[in-house]
Design a protein around this ligand. Structure first.
Ligand code: URA
Length: 237
């Protein structure tokens, strides 16, 4: 059981004192009864909370799929560089304290970005020991061939590291578009793997994490909450 002002602050992404003011102004109802005190407790199992006429659901953690647009960064803090982050562009009603992107995409990469406040889950899916597969569509400056497919399968060397085997196949019959699945997350990994083979990546889109595909109905920059089934699909290979 949590204090009601704490729940309101978390779910509406406002300060504790603003939550208390809402309670004082008589806009908060618990199971149909006006809340009189901020330290009243809220039971997630059975209580129904209304603020300003709207139901407020209490969730321990949220998991958001974003179709990341180009031009935003996936670090948590863009203040140093003045750049916008994926968390900055979340719709206001989805913003909560402690949200962060689980994993990285380059500024010019688009597609499936997972944003959550569940640190343990993020750690689990990004941990190198248990790294989930991630699939991308890479648009290339020239076609790839069997040699490149085999090199990806054998493990490309970038810098000092040999990458884990990666799967590369053409999209339809177009060998200037590769569908690539990698099982780790090295810096600029896909661009560097192609570069090793003399090919430049012109566009890069992530279309899948684990077994969960990017929702095709999400336009660039749009987001949706994931349900339990979808969250489990991310964490499977
Ligand atoms: N590989 C890259 O080169 N860039 C990304 O954003 C993701 C994977």
């Amino acid at each position: 059981m949590e204090r009601i002002d704490k729940i309101i602050a978390k779910e509406l992404n406002i300060g504790r004192s603003d939550a208390k003011s809402l309670i004082k102004s008589g806009k908060v109802f618990l199971n149909g009864e006006k809340v009189k005190s901020s330290n009243q407790k809220f039971d997630e199992e059975k209580d129904i909370l209304n603020v300003d006429g709207k139901e407020v659901k209490s969730r321990k953690f949220v998991y958001i799929m974003m179709n990341k647009p180009k031009g935003v960064i996936s670090s948590t803090d863009g203040r140093k560089t003045g750049e916008k982050t994926v968390v900055d562009i979340l719709p206001e009603e989805m913003k909560r304290k402690k949200l962060f992107p689980a994993g990285r995409l380059d500024k010019d990469t688009t597609g499936f970005m997972l944003i959550t406040d569940d640190g343990e889950f993020a750690h689990k899916i990004l941990n190198p020991k248990h790294h989930i597969p991630k699939t991308y569509i890479a648009t290339l400056d020239k076609p790839f061939d069997e040699k490149v497919i085999n090199a990806f399968e054998m493990g490309i060397t970038i810098g000092e590291d040999i990458c884990l085997p990666a799967k590369l196949e053409p999209v339809g019959n177009d060998f200037c578009k590769g569908m690539v699945t990698i099982n780790q997350g090295m810096y600029h990994q896909i661009k560097r793997m192609f570069k090793r083979c003399g090919i430049e990546v012109v566009e890069l889109e992530r279309i899948k994490m684990g077994k969960l595909e990017l929702d095709k109905d999400l336009l660039s920059g749009e987001c949706k909450y994931l349900n339990e089934n979808e969250i489990n699909l991310i964490n499977s290979r």
